[in-house]
Design a protein around this ligand. Structure first.
Ligand SMILES: [Zn+2]
Length: 443
């Protein structure tokens, strides 16, 4: 009889390996934050003795969802400016609001609000790009989530850093502080090719090589970005970063709604990952990423919500459904971007993009115990023929009842374990009052 920490029994377990196995009446055995075994529930008693045992008889367990691109502190700007074009939205609304309000406190409170939302929606890991990285990391420590935090670089002064050199210096300080953290991983995050000079992009690439870091960048998000690049440099943004050696398996290219034949070939050769953000792309009418064509070429496509100011939620269930529907429309094929495919985009493909697929993203022995329980015995998901179809096309995030990261239970019967919901809502209201008052004066 082997000793374990927890045994979690479930009606179904969807593993999200290369093939989505759906196991019925199975259990996850957890020890030291990792999955020790997955086996039929009836066999656990003879093999394992655990300190705690839980039964989820109407639930499916799936890997924790991975939000592969977001700006979580922007949750405090949710609903501030809607129904605008990307450049109008950025130049006239979001950047001025950020210029006035972004601070360590705003980022901490906004990050905690976003983490509470993400955990309640079954997201266990996120990949962020923002400012005041320490504030996001402190919130992640408190909430218990797995966090990839970008060392943001942008040639525009903000409250966090005034010059590119200051961005690099602050980013490197953050890297030194968190490089060995078990759940917090620094990455490089140049904002885009239109906001970061080629000299600074070269510096980003050198630092990424030196410290073996992934590079996140908004890339070919909308037609205007590509047109402007061709006008100024006679090259597409992807080509510009390819010329400095940035297009490799370390690249996480976010959005990529504009892809021509040369781009496809380059992405395929390089083994770069794409993060698809369908709801942000639809809301800002940026374009639609040709997901099916990318997947057919073997290119890894993950899924992200983007920030709450352009979405307006951090809901990976909504994002999965949007990715499937938009993917079908874009390919003009109802068989494209299936439920099976989008569930993997939201789990194992995200882990591959972030370089942590050895650690999380699917439910197999040896990986971290990052998983969620989703109650399917609700009006909205009955009757049930195919669990994967139900998870993607019918379930909502409100059916997520329990969430674990590295074996730690962070949501229990829909209650957050480490953070206080009332306190988070009160802080959000305080910020709304401050930001709204100032906006009213301006208008
Ligand atoms: Zn973004």
């Amino acid at each position: 009889m082997e000793k374990a920490d927890q045994i979690i029994h479930a009606k179904w377990i969807i593993t999200c390996e290369d093939r989505n196995r759906v196991l019925e009446n199975h259990a996850l055995v957890i020890k030291d934050g990792k999955i020790l075994a997955i086996l039929p529930s009836k066999n656990t008693a003879e093999l394992y003795q655990a300190a705690s045992e839980q039964h989820f008889s109407t639930h499916t367990i799936i890997p924790g969802l991975i939000n592969s691109h977001t700006h979580i502190a922007m949750n405090l700007f949710r609903g501030l400016a809607d129904d605008l074009e990307l450049m109008d939205w950025l130049n006239n609304h979001i950047w001025p609001a950020e210029g006035k309000w972004v601070s360590h406190d705003l980022v901490y409170d906004g990050s905690l609000l976003a983490m509470a939302e993400m955990l309640r929606g079954g997201i266990t890991c996120f990949n962020d790009m923002y400012f005041f990285l320490d504030a996001t990391a402190e919130a992640a420590e408190r909430a218990g989530m797995r966090a990839h935090i970008g060392l943001t670089v942008i040639d525009v002064p903000t409250a966090w850093a005034k010059t590119p050199d200051e961005y690099f210096a602050k980013g490197l300080e953050f890297y030194q502080r968190y490089k060995n953290h078990p759940r917090i991983t620094p990455t490089m995050a140049p904002h885009s090719t239109y906001t970061v000079s080629i000299e600074n992009l070269i510096k980003v690439k050198e630092l990424a090589d030196q410290h073996q870091l992934k590079i996140n960048i908004h890339l070919q998000e909308a037609p205007s970005e590509v047109e402007q690049s061709i006008k100024l440099y006679q090259k597409r943004p992807l080509q510009r970063i390819q010329e400095i050696g940035m297009v490799t398996d370390k690249l996480i290219a976010v959005h990529m709604t504009q892809i021509n034949a040369d781009d496809f070939a380059l992405l395929e050769q390089s083994k770069a990952s794409i993060v698809h953000c369908p709801e942000s792309n639809m809301k800002l009418v940026s374009g639609s990423c040709p997901v099916e064509q990318l997947l057919q070429r073997g290119i890894n496509v993950a899924l992200g919500t983007d920030g709450a100011a352009s979405n307006n939620d951090l809901d990976m269930f909504g994002e999965m459904r949007s990715a499937a529907f938009l993917g079908k429309m874009t390919a003009n094929d109802p068989k494209a971007v299936s439920a099976e495919t989008v569930l993997k985009m939201a789990t194992i493909n995200g882990a591959k993009a972030l370089g942590i697929d050895h650690l999380t993203g699917s439910l197999v022995p040896g990986k971290a115990a990052d998983f969620i329980a989703l109650d399917l015995e609700q009006i909205e998901t009955q009757p049930l023929y195919h669990p994967v179809s139900q998870v993607v096309y019918a379930a909502s995030r409100h059916q997520v009842t329990d969430v674990w990261v590295a074996g730690q239970q962070l949501l229990k019967e829909r209650q957050l374990v480490n953070v206080d919901e009332g306190e988070i809502i009160a802080k959000a209201k305080e910020w709304r009052d401050k930001i709204q008052q100032k906006e009213a004066v301006i208008s």
